[in-house]
Design a protein around this ligand. Structure first.
Ligand code: CTP
Ligand code: MG
Length: 172
């Protein structure tokens, strides 16, 4: 079990996932990625919760934080300076895919989808980096299970915190 390295490794994905909430609120205006389009079921393709501004802020913030971790002694064991970028891109793709699936299931923007909301971004981030760079050094069954539990706990608590700070309209 190498939990510290695993947490440092996935940290860019966390930052990518969390940054849009702050950035989009600070910007005050944003443009939906689906441009308002609706899918075959009459519902929005992604909805107003997935914007270009959020996407860009997530990718850049995750990448930058990853580079800082890399230069602080590579605590996450990144194999390339681009690995944090792949993790951040993967996290944002997972988040967008999650929104797409939620809309197709008839779950409105901002309404909760347990598991998908907490772990969708992580699954796609890890899978993307796995495809490009192979298994990370920290990877074993116990560490992965611990990372999943920590991610769920962290996601629930940071969202509740963002709600208390007035950044989000709902505590999840
Ligand atoms: N956000 C954004 N663009 C993204 C991701 C997130 O603008 N690509 C912003 C939106 O303001 C969003 C907030 O971050 O409301 C929180 O993100 P999230 O919880 O993923 O979105 P939800 O509003 O819950 O929408 P959905 O149900 O589609 O997940
Ligand atoms: Mg949400």
């Amino acid at each position: 079990m190498n939990l510290a390295e695993a947490i440092a490794y996935i940290f860019p994905a966390y930052v990518a996932n969390g940054a849009p909430v702050v950035f989009v609120r600070a910007l005050g205006r944003s443009h939906p990625i689906d441009l308002g389009a609706r899918a075959w079921d009459g519902r929005r393709v992604l909805g107003d919760g997935k914007t270009f501004e959020g996407l860009l802020s997530g990718i850049l913030s995750g990448f930058m934080v990853g580079l800082i971790i890399l230069f602080m002694g590579n605590l996450g064991g990144f194999r390339s300076p681009l690995e944090p970028l792949v993790l951040s891109l993967g996290a944002m793709c997972g988040d967008i895919l999650g929104a797409f699936l939620k809309r197709r299931m008839g779950i409105e923007r901002g309404r909760p989808a347990p598991i998908l909301d907490q772990l969708g971004f992580l699954a796609v981030a890890l899978a993307s980096a796995y495809v490009v760079y192979g298994p990370p050094r920290w990877l074993d069954g116990y560490t992965l299970a611990a990372i999943i539990l920590i991610t769920v706990a962290l996601h629930l608590s940071t969202n509740a915190g963002a709600y208390l700070l007035g950044l989000k309209d709902r505590p999840y």
